[in-house]
Write a protein that binds this ligand. Structure first.
Ligand code: SF4
Ligand code: SF4
Length: 252
């Protein structure tokens, strides 16, 4: 029997849902599963007997909590789809809105991180879910297989004074294979989960951490890492490093 899916969205940019719809494996997914609830594509409003629920977006409104609980009650498995649902996400940079991960309100069975989720990772996870298998996330950090890693072992004794390279320094790893940290540019690769295939790094941009941490405490990992490198005074006061994808507390 085809597994019944629910895909729903809270507060977010719908980037992860757009990624689902543009996946190469999308036709295969539609053929092998039944989309029971997906407001982006269908008018069906009833939520019942769901096998797999995928929830995108963070909780930022009181009214979303009831919807979350209804989904949890009616679904065998619930996954946080993307970094907003998993960690709170980019809305954490707002000073006016709360951005909470869904696991603050309901028990979840796992996360599929990314902002948006890298297409290959998402396609593989969805196929595993359709086949009634657990999703597999890397337990290694991004540096482990980074094309800029070279032969160095990180001792983190770097002076970091930039968040991004200058426009004329944005070049591929083939053109400059030196680790961003050695260039004095902040890269969160040491504390971020591998699995995105180094999308940004291959384009000449350092990692901002959208895949989240390998271990559960996002902010503690980043603070520990930043305490090892020598951050310039300007960067020390920049909240965006700490709160770009998560506030200090979340449970999953
Ligand atoms: S710090 Fe960044 S650039 Fe350096 S090896 Fe790690 S992921 Fe690659
Ligand atoms: S390199 Fe970092 S910010 Fe870019 S997609 Fe990968 S985890 Fe996300």
């Amino acid at each position: 029997m085809k597994p019944k899916f629910l895909i729903t969205s809270l507060t977010g940019c719908s980037g992860c849902i757009a990624t689902i719809m543009s996946l190469d494996v999308s036709p295969q997914l539609l053929e092998r599963s039944k989309l029971s609830y997906f407001p982006f594509m269908s008018d069906i409003k009833t939520i019942e007997n769901i096998d797999i629920a995928l929830i995108e977006g963070c909780v930022s409104e009181e009214s979303q909590i009831e919807h979350l609980k209804t989904v949890r009650k009616n679904a065998k498995k619930v996954y946080a789809l993307g970094s907003c649902a998993a960690f709170g996400g980019i809305l954490n940079l707002s000073t006016k809105k709360d951005a909470e991960p869904i696991s603050n309100y309901i028990e979840i069975d796992g996360i599929i991180p990314g902002c948006p989720i890298p297409a290959n990772l998402l396609g593989n996870c969805l196929i595993r879910l359709i086949e009634n298998k657990e999703i597999i996330l890397s337990e290694k950090n991004l540096c482990d297989s980074c094309p800029l890693r070279g032969n160095i072992e990180h001792d983190f004794d770097y002076k970091i004074n930039k968040l991004y390279p200058n426009p004329d320094e944005i070049v591929s790893p083939e053109e400059n294979s030196e680790c961003f940290l050695k260039r004095g540019i902040l890269c969160l690769g040491p504390v971020i989960r591998d699995g995105c295939e180094h999308i940004c790094i291959k384009k000449g941009i350092p990692c901002e951490g959208c895949m989240g941490p390998v271990s559960k405490d996002f902010t503690a990992n980043i603070v520990n890492f930043l305490s090892l490198v020598k951050l310039s005074k300007d960067l020390k006061g920049y909240d965006g490093i700490f709160y770009r994808f998560s506030k200090p507390k979340f449970n999953w």
